[in-house]
Ligand binder design. Structure first.
Ligand SMILES: [Zn+2]
Length: 279
């Protein structure tokens, strides 16, 4: 065997040796990296736990469990139509449909009513105050979450200042469909900056354009229950009328409102044997 042959032999035999040791080193490194990944994942989980604890702590402010801090009549709820009982309310309107202001409150878009529009429900008179939006919807019907919910907020007329304000809220759920004329009337008027408001001249924005028929017909089918405000201080003095007619708004309109206010829906709360009636 001359030296060149020897060299060839060595180089031939060495090649697989190098390759094998390289493979072993690679496997070893992969093994180490895998362990590192596991450690990293573990650390990540710990971080996640920390974040979740913090998030849970924050949620305590906004999403306290009913019965622990806010009583047993919290809103919103998942309305189970099969488990609701027939029950009608006597509702008559003295509604002027005068909206005079639109506000970008950061956490919601709000429209204000000119004073003087009222609704009589079972002999109690409530005054129209404001309209605001939630994206996605807060109330669920039979477990279905809609992309948007609109609250028309009214307060009982003639209450003493020290009394807990009694509310009546008409809630409208939206699905993605055709463009909504009412939303179209004000969406370009919403101020771009948070906490800014814009005056609206009477007649420019009309709630009656929410549907292309007489909006009173929406009241032909609704769910009623007693609950709370869905924002702090979660006061349990709200008469909820959740309309069973789902209103159309275009995907773009819903996205535009969501872009301003973000996701601002409170999670559903336990019913705790409260009766839900339907018409
Ligand atoms: Zn609301």
């Amino acid at each position: 065997m001359n030296s060149s042959i020897l060299f060839k032999f060595v180089s031939i035999t060495k090649k697989p040796t190098v390759t094998l040791s390289t493979i072993l080193v690679v496997f070893f490194l992969i093994g180490c990296n895998h362990n590192k990944v596991l450690v990293k994942n573990h650390q990540h989980e710990q971080l996640n736990d920390k974040h979740e604890t913090e998030a849970h702590h924050n949620k305590e402010i906004f999403y306290s469990l009913p019965g622990l801090k806010h009583g047993l009549m919290q809103s919103p709820i998942n309305i189970l139509s099969d488990q609701s009982e027939k029950g009608e309310h006597n509702v008559t309107f003295d509604f002027k449909d005068e909206i005079n202001n639109v506000q970008n409150l950061g956490h919601t878009v709000q429209l204000d009513f000119e004073p003087g529009s009222t609704v009589n429900v079972d002999g109690k008179i409530f005054e129209f105050k404001q309209i605001h939006f939630h994206t996605p919807a807060e109330h669920l019907i039979d477990g279905i979450t809609y992309p948007m919910e609109m609250h028309v907020v009214n307060t009982l007329v003639g209450q003493a200042e020290e009394e807990t304000t009694e509310y009546l809220v008409f809630s409208f759920l939206f699905k993605m469909g055709k463009e909504n004329k009412f939303i179209d009337e004000f969406i370009h008027l919403i101020p771009g900056d948070k906490n800014e408001s814009e005056d609206i001249s009477t007649g420019a924005v009309n709630l009656r354009n929410l549907v292309d028929y007489d909006p009173k017909h929406v009241l032909n089918s609704y769910f009623y229950y007693k609950g709370s405000l869905t924002t702090p201080p979660y006061t349990e003095s709200v008469n909820w009328f959740v309309m069973n007619t789902i209103i159309d708004a275009s995907p773009v309109q819903i996205q535009q409102i969501n872009k301003i206010q973000g996701d601002n829906a409170r999670r559903i709360q336990a019913l705790y044997d409260r009766p839900v009636s339907n018409k």
